[in-house]
Design a protein around this ligand. Structure first.
Ligand SMILES: NC(=O)c1ccc[n+]([C@@H]2O[C@H](COP(=O)([O-])OP(=O)(O)OC[C@H]3O[C@@H](n4cnc5c(N)ncnc54)[C@H](OP(=O)(O)O)[C@@H]3O)[C@@H](O)[C@H]2O)c1
Length: 237
């Protein structure tokens, strides 16, 4: 499948899109650092792939601890060619309770920035690399029950835009790919009205292809670009 192989680090590799990305990279001969809050959630990947799947417990809700953990894992791997910043949360919050809003912002905003910090400085030191961040089509528009999720993904996308511009001068060979998935069949997807749902495996294949082609932006699956354009035009309410 994918060419060439190298060393990747997938943050949030225990389920859904991240796990499928790790599995496909491992199947193509990559060595992959894989993270989760719990080591036991990574046992399956390690059992199937031996020492080419290198696990580490990292909680991005602890941004300073996560930064140290990611740096240590990148060093242990001997350098990272491909960073997949995938870990994230999405909570259906029908009553606008504070706890889910706070959790989503902590993980998807502060946690995401902490992951990005490590990937950026690592890539600058190497002078090359690919950084992929997982946003969402939700970035295009607020939703009454997931206000913090849409807001956090708008942050992810705009943050990556700035990071890409920073790296253009600091390390021109490093690429930054912003991926906006539509509805993907994972434990995170909770909408009854979901449509055009694809498997995590299909999504992972397209994420890896976009990263290897060093695309700046990718909707996954691609047809979600149409919905994204419509979402910007549709009236509220
Ligand atoms: N599924 C969709 O329809 C969809 C659509 C658009 C965007 N996305 C985005 O795609 C990404 C992956 O989501 P998914 O659908 O594959 O969900 P998922 O199956 O729930 O996977 C989430 C991953 O993130 C990790 N994670 C969550 N909170 C974490 C934390 N505080 N610290 C470290 N790791 C954490 C989880 O690991 P542990 O729980 O093992 O720690 C897991 O590996 C997310 O950024 C999500 O917003 C998903």
């Amino acid at each position: 499948m994918q060419q060439p192989s190298g060393t990747a680090l997938v943050v949030g590799a225990s389920s859904g899109i991240g796990k499928a990305i790790a599995e496909q990279l491992l199947a193509s001969g990559w060595t992959v650092g894989v993270t989760s809050r719990k080591l036991e959630n990574l046992q399956d990947l390690v059992a199937k792939n031996g020492d080419r799947a290198v696990p580490k417990a990292i909680d991005i809700d602890d941004p300073e601890g996560a930064r140290l953990g990611l740096k240590a894992l990148a060093e242990h791997l001997g350098g990272v060619d491909l960073w997949v910043l995938n870990a994230g949360t999405g909570i259906l919050n029908r009553h606008f309770d504070w706890a889910p809003e706070r959790q989503t912002i902590a993980t998807n905003v502060m946690g995401f920035a902490a992951m990005t910090d490590v990937a950026v400085h690592h890539a600058i030191a190497r002078g090359d690399g690919r950084i992929v961040g997982i946003s969402s089509v939700a970035k295009k528009r607020g939703h009454p029950f997931t206000a913090s999720y849409s807001g956090s993904k708008a942050f992810v996308s705009l943050y990556l835009d700035g990071v890409r511009q920073y790296l253009r001068r600091a390390a021109p060979k490093v690429s930054v790919t912003e991926v906006a998935p539509g509805y993907i069949d994972t434990p995170l997807q909770q909408f009854d009205e979901a449509f055009w749902v694809v498997s995590a495996e299909t999504a992972a294949k397209q994420v890896i292809a976009a990263a290897l082609a060093r695309r700046k932006h990718a909707y996954v699956p691609r047809r979600w670009a149409i919905i994204a354009a419509l979402l910007s035009l549709m009236p509220r309410g």
